[in-house]
Ligand binder design. Structure first.
Ligand code: HEM
Length: 393
């Protein structure tokens, strides 16, 4: 007899609950176990809420599982790293890992520190901090990726062309104006500034000849990663604002590992929510049928709330990361296996510097401790608090 698809509901009602209710996937795990199905409007989705199972699924069924590219990445020459063909990825994956590694990121740290010092001072009045933090993150990443900072001759031109390229939402292709802006950016960046940056490192690896695959990937990485990192920063403000004890502990500077444990705990509880893949060819796994065309959602956030691995899982407690790091079968905020995040150094550098700067402030939050997001299944949850930073005297 043919295996059945996993248990779960494909109704419109549960599709809507999945968007609006943050606890939706955890509740489905309780009802159906770690493999269940749900719907995201017209997409059917199989959810895996267990990291060892997810690792085994991606390993055993690698040939039948494909990436899930977002529309805006379809204009990237040679494919966007996350979704690249294995043949291209073999060449470019290792090149980008080197260009995104600590020595390159560190070269921009004094610029980043100064920028963070200046920009956090601008959060004096209660506000949604996301846009300011996106702008701050964008400027720091422009420095790390392209070596451009205020005073660089090509910065203004870069800014206006990038804004034209990033004008549409991530679910849309670039369109005529966006493609023209991309062409301008390619021409401009073929001779990058000499400062240490990801692009100058890539130019060196390619003996001075940058190609469109490299330039496009850097530009699209800037677009997507700014949102990822700024999303982490707003949650750091939220957790430290709601738990001032931990900011006091940072101020004491008794344990140099505390800022990185705060980052890990923030990522356990927020921002790192899911990975998506697509079933390219029907297969069976764990006695369930995975039909062709269905999506696979690896429920990272729900794995990070498993009480068997994380005592009092909803409590913000950076001390749970004292001791050896948890295995990637328990905690995996930056993805799993081949396509795991290569921007970890970017995210941790900026988050560490922000936490360090926050020592000079009290974080004043207003509004209830709630999370909100746009009306799409793939939007990330953000805190709804208004934030003001009050300098400490
Ligand atoms: C809090 C911040 C971030 C989080 C939580 C995060 C998370 C992730 C995750 C989960 C993946 C794997 C996606 C998948 O397998 O489908 C990924 C891939 C990736 N991330 Fe990040 N990311 C963050 C910031 C950044 C930054 C700042 C950069 C900038 C360079 C970056 C660059 C990348 C790249 C290039 C990939 C694809 C890697 C590859 O396929 O080789 N990420 N990220």
């Amino acid at each position: 007899m043919k295996a059945q698809t996993p248990p779960g509901s494909l109704s419109l009602f549960s599709s809507l609950r999945a968007i609006r209710q943050r606890s939706f996937y955890s509740e489905e795990v309780k009802k159906y176990g770690p493999v269940f199905k749900t719907a995201q409007f017209h997409h059917r989705v199989i959810c895996i809420a267990n990291l060892p199972l997810a690792h085994r699924l991606l390993r055993e069924q690698a040939a039948s599982i494909a990436p899930c590219p977002q529309n805006f990445t379809k204009d990237v020459t040679g494919g966007f790293l996350r979704f690249m063909s294995p043949m291209n990825y073999k060449i470019y994956g290792p090149m980008f890992r080197r260009a995104f590694a600590r020595p390159v990121v560190e070269a921009s740290s004094s610029f980043a520190r100064k920028k963070i010092h200046e920009d956090l001072a601008g959060l004096a009045l209660p506000q949604d901090p996301l846009n300011k933090l996106k702008d701050l993150t964008h400027q720091i990443f422009v420095r790390i990726l392209f070596g451009l900072e205020p005073g660089s001759p090509m910065l203004d031109k870069f800014r206006s062309s990038f804004a034209a390229m990033a004008d549409k939402s991530m679910s849309q292709r670039l369109g005529t104006a966006g493609l023209a802006a991309l062409a301008d950016l390619r021409a401009m960046l073929r001779n990058p500034p000499e400062a240490i940056s990801s692009i100058s490192d890539l130019a060196q690896q390619l003996d001075g000849t940058l190609n469109d695959t490299v330039i496009d990937n850097l530009l699209f990485t800037l677009r997507i990663s700014t949102n990822d990192a700024a999303g982490l920063l707003v949650w750091i403000l939220e957790f430290l604002g709601r738990n001032p004890y931990w900011l006091d502990q940072v101020r004491k500077q008794e344990d140099p590992t505390l800022p990185s444990r705060i980052i890990k705990e923030t990522l356990r509880l927020s921002r790192s929510e899911f990975l998506y893949r697509r079933v390219a060819q029907e297969f069976e796994f764990e006695n369930f049928r995975f039909p062709e065309g269905w999506l696979i959602r690896i429920c990272i956030a729900e794995c990070h709330l498993d009480p068997t691995h994380f005592a009092a899982p909803y409590t913000f407690n950076p001390d749970r990361f004292l001791g050896p790091p948890p295995s990637d079968h328990i905690y995996s905020p930056f993805g799993i296996r081949d396509h795991a995040c290569s921007g970890v150094e970017f995210a941790t550098m900026i988050a560490n510097l922000v936490i360090d700067e926050l020592r000079n402030y009290d974080i004043i939050l207003s509004g209830p401790a709630l999370a909100q997001r746009g009306f799409r299944h793939w939007n990330h949850w953000c805190p709804s608090s208004k934030v003001a930073l009050r300098p400490r005297t």
